[in-house]
Design a protein around this ligand. Sequence first.
Ligand code: UD1
Ligand code: UDP
Length: 375
Amino acid sequence: MEKKKVLLLFGTRPEAIKMAPLIPEFQKFARIIDLKICITAQHRHMLDQVLRFFDIEVDFDLNLMKPGQNLHSLTSDIIQETKKIYEIFQPDLVLVHGDTTTSMAAALSAFYLGIPVAHVEAGLRTFNKKSPFPEELNRNITGRIADYHFAPTIESKNNLLDERIDPSKIEITGNTVIDALLLGLNKIKDQKPDSIKLLIDTLPFNRPFILVTGHRRENFGEGFVSICKALHTISQSLDADIIYPVHLNPNVQDPVFKYLSNNPAIFLIEPQPYEAFIWLMNQSKLIITDSGGVQEEAPSLGKPVLVMRDTTERPEAVSAGTVILVGTDYEKIVTETISLFQNEKKYEQMSKLSNPYGDGNASKRIVNFIVNELN
Ligand code: UD1
Ligand code: UDP
């Protein structure tokens, strides 16, 4: 029997983290599945950090990132360049992840060639096409194109059913972010990697700290200025440090370094390799972020999260009580942060462990489903 050809395709840091656990699962079926990995490299440095940690060997590297890239040229580059790879490899199935421009454009490009598409992390919705921008629409378009939908939760499956997707093509799997987190924590359990040792050597860690990340396009400009002002006020109001690995997007770097450099309680550091970031999450008292992935990881680590967004396509953690939406509102960010430091009961309630996004076996379920479908 000829092997079925599967192409795993991704381009940014979060996609790489969430696709990584699928690779060893596919390798268990190497007898019947020919797996190849294609990266658009929509991200470069931040993607390579993940490839290194998970020892991912790439078959096709499109190397597309340009500094300060725009959505139009990135989208057209991905469509053009993935076409060439599809024509060379001729996959039976292309797997894309989530809501990035890589996922949407690569899915569309496969569709134009009649190649089936499977969508990992399918069905999340805010129902507001401008938030997150452009991710909400990217995920919707990818969902319209996809032939198979791996929904992390019952809520995401229900969203797809509302769109009249064939129920037999939807599988509830949990989110592979939890698989990655468990793999990552296990890898650093016995021996601290150099990236963590470097943090320990360079940062004080002599009082509680708040971990911050942010990169959403809809927060660029005024939103980021408001976030920076709030962080400055927090640093002056609490006996705590702020550790902030700053995303490499120039729209983030510029305001953050302009407003927050030279503040002795705020440590602006490089985007961290995944293993160092999950270690930092575990050590932190509280996380302030606009990240999708961090919202999903934090409940498993029992860390309260203030989410700097007005909407979320991940309502499960809000219902579980670990996450509060604060938008980019200066008052809300400051008030909620200070209240979590001062109100022990509230802090305890938000720190309880919960696993709304899965049990760490999402990748197994996805690969088993695909192997059954293809054979
Ligand atoms: C992208 C995704 C977003 C995802 C985020 C994860 C889209 C439209 N956006 O946003 O959904 O949540 O990644 O982080 O798909 N840069 C570097 N090195 C890197 C990565 C980025 O220098 O390793 C800089 C470059 O100047 C690049 C810019 O950041 O042009 C923007 O990258 P891009 O992928 O377009 O947008 P993100 O804001 O990273
Ligand atoms: N992350 C990381 N290093 C960092 C910040 C985040 O490895 O310095 C990880 C984090 O653990 C999560 C993912 O990156 O798994 C989230 O990526 P990001 O916030 O860039 O994108 P989003 O999830 O919002 O799409």
